[in-house]
Design a binder for this molecule. Structure first.
Ligand code: UD1
Length: 312
């Protein structure tokens, strides 16, 4: 039976992928160094996975972890735009050197396919919407640049070494297990936990900025399809819902779900922030047969329920 390796498997998106793979009966190996991932994320299925505490910056340890696997789903990263602005070197090591290591280890181990967690932040400041994969990348943060260069490495590994790679550009993923505890955490985890505690959510800027918020199960689906879709090797795909919602509207919807009427607090906008983000997802629909099955409103309700149970 095929063995799947999820790097960053103790993280938010990684642990959701692991859980679905287990549900489908797959053999799952997990690599994480708990830099941003957490043991609690693996708690409910820890006896059913082969866990290796490995830092992706440690090439030899990573090579040993990749050996004997068939598919690598590379999620390990420091997934934060502002953190990369403050400390680009630490982000570079985890996000780009770590990706090169994972690719090299996968190539050496002869894995069948390598699926890479890329980012919509690669599109940067080009104001044209929706974002199509053909558009040139122009990252405006170190994070966006590293994630983009990682995609180029994936493509190159397919060309040079015949390693099948697929890059998936995630657009603002949210859902259960997203860590709300840092100021750099994803905005929905911040808003939901603040509002559940009766506090006013903090908006950086005027709240008119919008995102193509994507519930995590859609991203999980995209990853599993990308492992097997024929003709996808060496390609890059947007993974999103194809709809954008601004932050003021998000707060309004949360007030509706929670039965509150909390007004946001507006603070200065963040450096490196982009204004709008919206994906064209027809390439993933066609090639991967991807179809986002959970829309924003439903995902938001399920996410609120999860935080209520786990942080309430
Ligand atoms: C997010 C991801 C990043 C991904 C990128 C593109 C996170 C933490 N970051 O970056 O990994 O590559 O999308 O898909 O998920 N904001 C507030 N209040 C807060 C927090 C944020 O107003 O308390 C604002 C930010 O200024 C920004 C928007 O909300 O305008 C989204 O921020 P954030 O959730 O950090 O995501 P991105 O920066 O878009």
């Amino acid at each position: 039976m095929a063995v799947y390796l999820v790097t960053g498997g103790a993280g938010f998106i990684g642990s959701n992928i692991v859980e679905e793979l287990l549900r489908q009966g797959a053999h799952v190996r997990v690599v994480d160094n708990f830099a941003t991932g957490k043991p609690e994320n693996l708690e409910s299925f820890k006896d059913r996975i082969d866990f290796r505490e490995v830092d992706v910056c440690d090439l030899n340890a990573l090579k040993a972890a990749v050996r004997g696997t068939d598919y690598v789903l590379h999620q390990a990263a420091i997934p934060s735009v502002p953190k990369s602005v403050i400390d680009p070197i630490t982000s570079h090591n985890a996000d780009l050197t770590g990706t090169l290591h994972a690719l090299w280890a996968a190539k050496e181990a002869g894995v069948k396919r390598f699926v890479y967690a890329a980012s919509s932040s690669a599109y940067g400041e080009n104001p044209e919407l929706p974002k199509r994969e053909e558009m040139p990348a122009r990252a405006i943060s170190p994070y966006g640049l590293m994630k983009y260069v990682g995609e180029e490495y994936c493509w190159l590994f397919t060309q040079l070494y015949g390693l099948e790679t697929v890059s998936l550009r995630y657009f603002n993923v949210f859902g259960p297990r997203q860590d709300p505890s840092s100021q750099y955490s994803g905005v929905l985890s911040r808003f939901i936990t603040a509002m559940l505690a009766g506090e006013r959510p903090v908006i950086f800027g005027d709240g008119g900025q919008s995102r193509d918020f994507t519930y995590v199960s859609n991203v999980v689906q995209g990853n599993l399809l990308a492992c097997h879709a024929s003709g996808a090797a060496g390609k890059m795909y947007n993974l999103a819902c194809g709809r954008r919602i601004d932050l003021n509207e998000v707060v309004a919807q949360l007030n509706g779900i929670l039965g509150t009427s909390l007004e946001p607090v507006y603070e200065a906008s963040r450096i490196g922030d982009i204004r709008h983000s919206l994906a064209e997802i027809s390439r993933a629909r066609t090639d991967l047969k991807y179809s986002p099955s959970v829309q924003f409103e439903e995902g938001l309700r399920m996410t609120v329920d999860w935080y209520r149970q786990n942080f309430g």
